[in-house]
Ligand binder design. Structure first.
Ligand code: CAA
Length: 398
């Protein structure tokens, strides 16, 4: 039975900072950001957005289209969760109006858990072929102001429907996966910004990729030339390029700049403007590849490498399905990115320094530009969400 990604929708915030603004403020040559790390903009979440609203807004079109009626499993992957106990997916479940017959949990292993969710969802559908699983990967990447990681911040969410006879990408069985206990990037419970050993993290990323690829190659009997396109976890686009170059070099192939561009550029276009979306970032890359490639990718094999610091990695692959073009959301995603408001440095810093009140009082948050779901306020430590589309049904004390 074919199982895989039937639909893939993205969402990101309505605000961004151009990295030239950050470069001026930090006294850095802008080309360090534009070319050295390969990022042009970073999406900044408004104070009335969190991973719940990012995720719900990503899945909103699917719910509106009735595509979530057979969903019995909702897996919410994030490393910027809002509660130590309650799964963010439970809020999303209500906002989207999903059936009460639904298993809902939150998964965590840094940026990898979106792929863990996809693979668990595939197993679920194999056992219940008439049912679907909804995977939401949503994150807000935050590093300290004026730190090396600052320019690699971002935010966004991907909502994926996993189903039998998928209309986008049929996932193949073989996968190479790898776990190693390392401290390359982490965020203790008492911190709102990640800690990172930046250079070391890039080395562990490559080590995990090589180990995963070796397993995948042995299990599948495929070589690099059997893979038509690649999508990597994208903490910053240069990282994906370094990873691909290393993989090709290990296979004895040296890539020219134009070969590198042909291999990866389409998959990097959205990330260059959204920044790191942690769990969602490889799926942002997949959407970018499918939607931005001028080629017909039908029947092509895409290799996917997912990496989560700490660390867990996985290399797997999928075949693009006939008629996939009719399922793409490219026009919407491009409009979403085009329609954002650019922030000045001071506006960015003010939003960065904003904190949800923690004293248990009643607060209503000012309205920024958001998707149809927003964080309305907080009351007695309970987050309250609202739908700007159907406010009567969706208002709740959470
Ligand atoms: N013009 C062009 N290029 C320039 C330049 C200029 N004026 N100035 C510098 N550069 C180049 C540098 O030569 C360097 O290129 P190479 O990597 O090819 O050597 C590149 O720009 C970056 O410069 P630095 O190495 O000096 O950058 P840095 O040390 O200040 O920061 C970083 C780089 C450590 C990766 C930092 O961005 C960081 O900590 N990021 C967060 C951690 C991260 O994303 N790690 C990735 C792997 S972990 C993971 O994937 C999980 C996850 O999502 C976090």
């Amino acid at each position: 039975m074919k199982i895989g990604i039937d639909q893939l929708h993205l969402y990101s915030s309505h605000y961004y900072v151009d990295l030239k603004t950050l470069a001026v403020e930090r006294g850095v040559d802008v080309d360090k950001f534009y070319r050295g790390i390969g990022q042009e903009q970073m999406a900044v979440p408004a104070p009335d957005e969190d991973v719940v609203t990012l995720g719900a807004n990503a899945a909103q079109g699917l719910a509106a289209g009735g595509d979530l009626d057979d969903v019995e499993l909702l897996l919410f992957a994030t490393e910027s969760g809002i509660d130590q106990s309650k799964a963010a997916g439970v809020f999303v479940h209500r906002l989207l109006g999903l059936s009460e017959r639904c298993r809902t949990v939150e998964l965590k292993q840094a940026c990898y858990s979106g792929t863990a969710a996809v693979q668990l969802a595939v197993q679920y559908v194999a056992r219940h072929p008439g049912k679907k699983a909804l995977v939401i990967a949503a994150d807000i990447a935050r590093y300290e102001l004026n730190s090396p990681g600052e320019a690699t911040q971002g935010c966004g969410a991907a909502a994926l429907v996993i189903a039998a006879n998928p209309r986008l990408l049929c996932l193949e069985e073989e996968a190479g996966f790898y776990t190693e206990d390392v401290m390359d990037f982490w965020r203790p419970n008492y911190r709102s910004e990640a800690l990172v050993d930046g250079k070391y993290s890039t080395l562990v990323y490559i080590r995990a990729l090589e180990a995963c690829w070796k397993q995948y190659e042995a299990l599948s009997g495929r070589s690099l030339s059997d893979i038509d396109s690649f999508c990597y976890h994208i903490p910053f686009t240069k990282m994906a390029e370094k990873a691909h170059r290393k993989l090709c070099r290990s296979a004895g192939a040296a890539l020219s700049a134009s070969e590198m561009a042909a291999a990866l550029d389409d998959s990097l276009k959205y990330s260059r403007r959204m920044g790191n979306c942690y769990t969602a970032s490889m799926y942002v890359g997949l959407a970018s590849l499918l939607e931005q490639s001028g080629r017909d990718l039908t029947g092509k094999r895409i290799g996917l490498f997912s990496y989560g610091s700490g660390c867990v990695g996985e290399f797997f692959s999928g075949i693009v399905q006939p008629g996939y073009q009719t399922m793409l959301q490219g026009a919407l995603h491009q409009e979403m990115l085009r329609d954002r408001t650019e922030l000045s440095y001071q506006q960015y810093e003010d939003i960065f320094n904003y904190r949800v009140p923690t004293d248990g009082g009643v607060y209503t948050f000012p309205e920024y530009r958001t998707g149809p779901y927003r964080l309305k306020g907080i009351n007695g430590h309970k987050r309250e969400y609202e739908s700007l589309v159907e406010s009567d049904e969706s208002d709740s004390a959470g």
